[in-house]
Design a protein around this ligand. Structure first.
Ligand SMILES: NC(=O)c1ccc[n+]([C@@H]2O[C@H](COP(=O)([O-])OP(=O)(O)OC[C@H]3O[C@@H](n4cnc5c(N)ncnc54)[C@H](O)[C@@H]3O)[C@@H](O)[C@H]2O)c1
Length: 326
């Protein structure tokens, strides 16, 4: 039996697929390469190129493979873009996703692991944010993910198909040859490292007047390897239990943008010039997770305990990528 992993040419999906394979799981990837490149696919894993809403392709996958579970990473992920082009996000992340799930649910597949996000919570009412925290997304990206969670709850009531929605906070770091490689890149750590490498002149900070210790946004960074391990645990949970879970994946520690820049300066030895500009619409000031359910129910333990160790792994990846591109 195989796990069908969508978005497996992307940053997190490619690393999770590699780790699942190392752990002896049978994985198949489906990706339309709209936000990634073929070169980013993990080696030795069967790949179907196409869209999650291409029913004839799904039919082919169903006939050729024995799909036991779905890990659904495929999505658009840019908060700013979602504010400017909401239709694109509701269509890709919600409409196509429920069509895709529905196809396999109708074929009898009964385990779904869904890549959700801290963005479902919106502006926090308390910190750390637990899974019961009110869901009030401040942008269409977060809302599109929340809609999918609601759909999965309805499907569970209607047909008993269980799911684990993993709400990642800021996924970061690299695993061997696989690392963050978005195009365009909007995530903080890779952008800062591109400044350190001289690919960009400076890092822009979107607002320094938030109600935080230094005025810049505070986020919770979690290594992509630890995210991958949580997927394996979620798959085992669904194989051995009948029930669904919503699970935060974070470190429980918050770092401001200035903290991350300082850590990157320390690790890279580069100066890293900074320019402050206006706030970006849809950014909550502080997001820090409580990951108690991941630890207590899934038995998840983080391997990467410090933000420096996360940045060091990302730095190794970005330096090597830069050297290879010369
Ligand atoms: N990166 C983060 O910090 C973060 C945080 C929270 C949640 N997430 C979630 O994790 C998942 C993966 O994020 P990522 O950073 O790896 O993103 P990514 O952009 O690197 O990867 C997404 C992949 O999905 C593919 N894709 C998109 N739409 C598709 C479609 N309709 N059909 C087939 N393939 C499609 C893209 O080509 C790409 O390879 C996303 O669902 C995202 O919302 C990411």
């Amino acid at each position: 039996m195989s796990i069908l992993l969508t978005g497996g040419a992307g940053y997190i999906g490619s690393i999770v697929a590699s780790i699942l394979k190392e752990e002896g799981e049978d994985v198949i990837i489906l990706d339309n390469l709209s936000r990634s490149k073929k070169e980013c696919l993990p080696s030795g894993i069967k790949f179907y190129e196409g869209d999650i809403d291409d029913v004839s392709l799904l039919e082919k996958i169903y006939v050729e493979e024995k799909i036991d579970a779905i890990m659904h990473f495929a999505a658009f992920i840019e908060v700013g873009e979602s504010v400017l082009e909401p239709y694109k996000y509701y269509e890709n992340n919600f409409s196509k996703t429920i069509k895709f799930f529905n196809f396999f649910i109708n074929k009898g597949m009964d385990k779904i692991i869904f890549s959700s996000t801290a963005a479902v919570y919106g502006e926090p009412q308390y910190i750390p944010i637990d899974e019961d925290h009110i869901k009030n997304p401040t942008n269409p990206y977060g809302m599109s993910k929340l809609f999918v969670e609601r759909f999965l709850e309805s499907v569970e009531r209607a047909s008993g198909v269980h799911h684990v929605a993993l709400r990642y906070f800021n996924a970061s770091g690299a695993y061997g040859n696989y690392g963050e490689n978005h195009d365009p890149e909007t995530h903080l750590i890779p952008i800062i490292l591109e400044v350190a490498l001289g690919i960009r002149d400076k890092i822009f900070i979107n607002g320094d007047d938030y109600n935080t210790t230094d005025g810049t946004c505070i986020r919770d960074y979690i290594h992509v390897y630890d995210i991958a391990k949580a997927h394996l645990l979620a798959y085992r949970y669904l194989s051995n239990n009948s029930g669904s879970l919503k699970v935060n994946l974070g470190s429980g520690e918050g770092y401001s943008i200035l903290d991350i820049i300082e850590s990157c300066r320390k690790i890279t030895g580069a100066i890293i010039p900074v320019e402050v500009r206006e706030r970006r619409e849809g950014d909550p000031s502080t997001l820090i997770a409580s990951s108690k359910i991941a630890e207590d129910v899934l038995g998840w333990k983080r391997e990467y305990q410090s933000v420096d160790s996360i940045i060091e792994s990302a730095w190794k990846f970005h330096k090597a990528k830069f050297e290879n591109s010369k």
